[in-house]
Write a protein that binds this ligand. Structure first.
Ligand code: SAM
Length: 295
């Protein structure tokens, strides 16, 4: 038998985000058959395990021990144990410490499999009625001011539907910040999904901000926000820059994250000229800064 065959593996088990009946038969069978269950919150998972009569040793795996504990669990898997991971709710690895042990297992040659099931982001997106063709999942916005600002600035021109997780005590502030950064948009506030008090409110970002400014948020929330229309971005740039310096027009696209080549292509399209013309006009036009300096 080679080393790999003796090895145990990691089973990522998706668990309900509210309604316990959403657990799959395969997850129950896998949990029953595991040698060890690693849980983000052992007390919380105990309720689930008791309900399905799962009697397997539990150990904790959470944000504050995720590296050391992953290394420990990997040693156990190398010794032949099969470990099942459950996080607080939903799919392990999605905005929870599951991604760390999964990455480490791959790097250590331990097989990993994911048993699909509930995930708050996908549940919210599907019930939101917002465009599902292209979407971007942001998880929780970072708490650090600079990092948060950068992400909000990136999101201001995001054309895909945006999904954000938020805790109730931060919801009011987050909605205000989002309104400031993204402008008013359609959105869905999805609360307590799959639970008794499930609620999906379709409203404008400004209405959500006003509503939760006056009503204390309670429970768990996912925000699903409409992306910006590409035509609107194009019109805005065209309006602002068509009559101005071609360098500024190119720079405007560069500031929005396009590289020089793509920016020139977009400017050419906006102005109905070729890329070559954009390039030669850029060379011809005097940089306003240089102009000032030479006076
Ligand atoms: N791994 C989980 C998943 O697959 O969705 C997410 C874990 S993350 C730590 C917890 C966040 O998910 C909550 O703060 C909330 O934003 C969202 N969430 C989880 N359950 C929810 C529910 N029933 N209704 C609305 N949002 C929920």
């Amino acid at each position: 038998m080679d080393e790999r065959q003796k090895c145990g593996m990691l089973y990522l088990c998706a668990t309900p985000i509210g309604n316990l009946s959403d657990i799959s038969e395969r997850v129950i069978e896998t949990l029953k058959g595991a040698d060890l269950i690693a849980a983000e919150d052992t007390r919380n998972s105990m309720k689930l395990l008791n309900r399905f009569d799962i009697r397997v040793p539990l150990t904790s795996y959470h944000e504050y021990n995720k590296y050391d504990k992953a290394a420990e669990l990997i040693e156990k898997m190398k010794a032949g144990m099969n470990v099942a991971l459950v996080t607080d709710a939903g799919t392990p690895g999605i905005s929870d410490p599951g991604e760390v042990i999964t990455d480490m297992c791959h790097k250590e040659g331990i097989a990993v499999t994911s048993l699909p099931g509930p995930c708050a982001a996908v549940t919210a997106l599907s019930v939101s009625g917002m465009s599902t063709g292209r979407f971007v999942f942001e998880g929780f916005l970072p708490s650090g001011k600079k990092e948060r600002q950068q992400i909000l600035s990136d999101l201001s021109d995001e054309t895909r539907t945006i999904i954000i997780y938020e805790a109730p005590h931060h919801l009011k502030k987050t909605l205000e910040t989002l309104l400031d950064a993204l402008g008013d948009r359609d959105m869905a506030v999805c609360r307590e999904l799959t639970k008794k008090h499930e609620e999906v409110r379709r409203m404008r970002l400004s209405e959500a901000s006003a509503y939760y400014g006056a009503n204390e948020p309670r429970g768990e929330y996912v925000l699903v926000i409409e992306g910006r229309s590409p035509e609107e971005i194009k019109e805005e740039i065209a309006k602002t820059f068509l009559s101005t310096d071609i360098r500024e027009h190119v720079a405007a696209y560069e500031e929005k994250g396009f590289d020089r080549k793509e920016a020139m292509k977009k400017v050419a399209a906006d102005r109905g000229i070729t890329k070559r013309e954009v390039y030669s006009k850029m060379l011809e036009e005097t940089d306003p800064k240089e102009d000032k300096e030479s006076r």
